[in-house]
Design a protein around this ligand. Sequence first.
Ligand SMILES: NC(=O)c1ccc[n+]([C@@H]2O[C@H](COP(=O)([O-])OP(=O)(O)OC[C@H]3O[C@@H](n4cnc5c(N)ncnc54)[C@H](OP(=O)(O)O)[C@@H]3O)[C@@H](O)[C@H]2O)c1
Length: 252
Amino acid sequence: MIEQIAPRSAPELTDDDILELYAGAPIPPSGPPPVPSNGRIRVNFVTSLDGSATVDGRSGSLGGPADLRVFDLLRRLADVVLVGAGTVRTEGYGPMRLHDADVVWRRNHGLPDHPVFAIVSGALALDPTSPIFTEAPVRPLILTVANAPDGPRAALDAVADVIDCGDTTIDPAQVRAAVVQRGLPRIHCEGGPSLLGALIAADAVDELCLSLSPTLEGGAGPRIAAGRSAPRTLRLAHVLRADDLLLTRHVR
Ligand SMILES: NC(=O)c1ccc[n+]([C@@H]2O[C@H](COP(=O)([O-])OP(=O)(O)OC[C@H]3O[C@@H](n4cnc5c(N)ncnc54)[C@H](OP(=O)(O)O)[C@@H]3O)[C@@H](O)[C@H]2O)c1
């Protein structure tokens, strides 16, 4: 059960209630969620109370069912799901294929069945025979740099659209422009910390959805962002609660 506790309180939320809260505006009963004109980058993370983004190297066991529910609902609202190659490799991502209920909802709201999977990688250490590519419901994007190695680039070209978004490191402004140009303005980023650090440094984060797990992890797990300091202030849009887990949404 997920309830809202701020800015107002509301008892048990339905999936439609939750979608509308994260859309930030009413969603027409048979139309698409609001379309941001120049693209909107939403980032979603889960962390422990002591700030760890992982347990034993992965995020999976931090969140629990409520976090997973919102994780899936956020994909429902997305045109493109943006993920750093480190997270793709560590979390063992498969093809970007949504659940049947998500597909039904998307069809009813005039969206394609599945969002596009966009992987951010400079080194292109990605296996072109992985189900990510061979079982993709939509041809994935690989957002890379001009000096990426030629061999992997040629191999990945066969299974994905490989797009340069910078010379030696990924430039988030070019990432945004590249996906918006392809008609994918609702940009949903699932991490990880290096990619979020690059987005923060470029002031490219429009929204952070953060689940705060009621756990203390200790250890040396990473924070949700890595890289150089670049302080930004966001505004609290809502706080949801599922037992002791908090689900927050902060926007520009
Ligand atoms: N708690 C959470 O919600 C959450 C969410 C996501 C991930 N995680 C955890 O975070 C860890 C992974 O951390 P990470 O920092 O390696 O993840 P990451 O940001 O997903 O991946 C880093 C990789 O992405 C590419 N990349 C990211 N930004 C880039 C840039 N500006 N320019 C060029 N390439 C860029 C590079 O790929 P190449 O190496 O291919 O060049 C880089 O090595 C895992 O343990 C994962 O479980 C936690």
